[in-house]
Ligand binder design. Structure first.
Ligand code: KG4
Ligand code: ZN
Length: 340
């Protein structure tokens, strides 16, 4: 089979974004996302509402991705989809749709692990972007996961550290909830953090051995801190919001960088990549860049559109698997707790 002109459609529906992308030989031709606004009113993703919204969005989103790519669906070589991890109802919509489309077009189906995709997004062809060499360390930070992964090859990944409770994105979102910010709170805290003093308030870092993380204690510390302060001054949050956000962000970045330093020391690997929604965070991106000077790292920071959930990262994994003839069976099912 000639491998010069491969068009892959990627479909992502693991949480609250319905996304589709077409990739041609590793180059992104389209990357369409329908965000589900409905969850904002509930302060978090409501699984049943998410799967219903996916059902409404999936046809127009895939249609648009194919149109923007300026191809015909008959040009596609394979359909890649997120098999897991994620919300079962949401995954089912993407999985069933991808299966039927591949079946209808009589082309292969490729299953993708969402967390692997956050890492392999670094292999999308982009001008002026160096891809990480193997082995490298990838820290995946999202609303559902916080992991440090040793990546020895495209599909040879070992999780060497992970959260024992909340994910770092949850720490952002739960802190935001305490502060009365909307969902998801990460971007808002990030924006405000730039305007505040990161050392205004001190939150203790959790003590977790080795390369594992813990974020639930931080959330509780913030809750008690806010309860105490607002008892004394009911306007405490409004008057100090930027400083509070900056101090929370400073603490979170400290936790992440400390673990990365340890992981780099233990493995002897200095090539460090980040991925996942929280890698959109300006403070984390800067701290990683600073690590080049401070710790001798070479860092790999994805473009913004490939940090939060997107389908280009699913399509690139589809392309890499296509080259390996790694196809899914027709009986493949969604898997909410799929591991790397
Ligand atoms: O990867 P993602 O889009 O979805 C999951 O797979 O979870 O990550 C979503 C998470 C949310 O918790 C959101 O608050 C966080 O990423 N996030 C951020 C930023 N942008 C998104 N957190 C901190 N700073 C940001 N700029
Ligand atoms: Zn994600």
């Amino acid at each position: 089979m000639a491998l010069e002109n491969i068009y892959i459609l990627g479909i992502e529906s693991s949480c609250d974004d319905t996304a589709a992308s077409v990739i041609h030989n590793g180059n992104v031709l389209s990357n369409v996302i329908a965000n589900q606004k409905i969850h904002e009113a509930y302060g978090g993703v409501v699984p049943e509402l998410a799967s219903r919204a996916h059902q409404q969005n999936i046809v127009p989103v895939v249609d648009q991705a194919i149109k923007i790519a300026n191809i015909n669906k008959k040009d596609l070589h394979a359909v890649a989809f997120t098999r897991g991890p994620g919300l079962m109802g949401s995954l089912l919509v993407g999985t069933s749709f991808a299966k039927s489309l591949a079946y209808g077009l009589d082309i292969p189906l490729i299953e993708v692990n969402h967390m692997q995709a956050h890492i392999l997004a670094h292999f999308i062809n982009e001008a002026d972007y160096n891809k990480p060499p193997f082995p490298f360390l990838a820290m995946t930070i999202s609303g559902g996961h916080t992991q440090i992964v040793k990546v020895s090859d495209y599909f040879k990944m070992d999780v060497i550290g992970e959260t024992i409770d909340d994910a770092v994105g949850e720490a952002y979102d739960k802190s935001g909830k305490i502060l009365g910010l909307g969902y998801p709170a990460g971007p808002e805290i990030d924006k405000r953090a730039k305007l505040g003093n990161p050392k205004a308030y001190k939150f203790t870092k959790p003590k977790v051995d080795g390369l594992d993380f813990s974020f639930s204690g931080l959330k509780t510390a913030i809750l008690y801190f806010i309860q105490n302060e607002t008892k004394r001054n009911p306007n405490f949050i409004e008057e100090n919001l930027n400083d509070i956000c900056a101090s929370i962000q400073y603490t979170i970045i400290g936790i992440l960088i400390d673990k990365l330093k340890l992981a780099s020391k233990q493995t002897g690997i200095n090539h460090i990549a980040i991925g996942g929604g929280v890698s959109a965070n300006s403070g984390i991106r800067q701290a990683l860049k600073d690590g080049e000077q401070k710790f001798g790292w070479t860092t790999y920071i994805p473009k913004f559109e490939y940090t939060t959930d997107n389908a280009a990262m699913i399509a690139i994994v589809g392309y890499l698997k296509y080259l390996n003839n790694d196809f899914a069976k027709n009986e493949v099912t969604a898997s909410a707790r799929l591991k790397i």
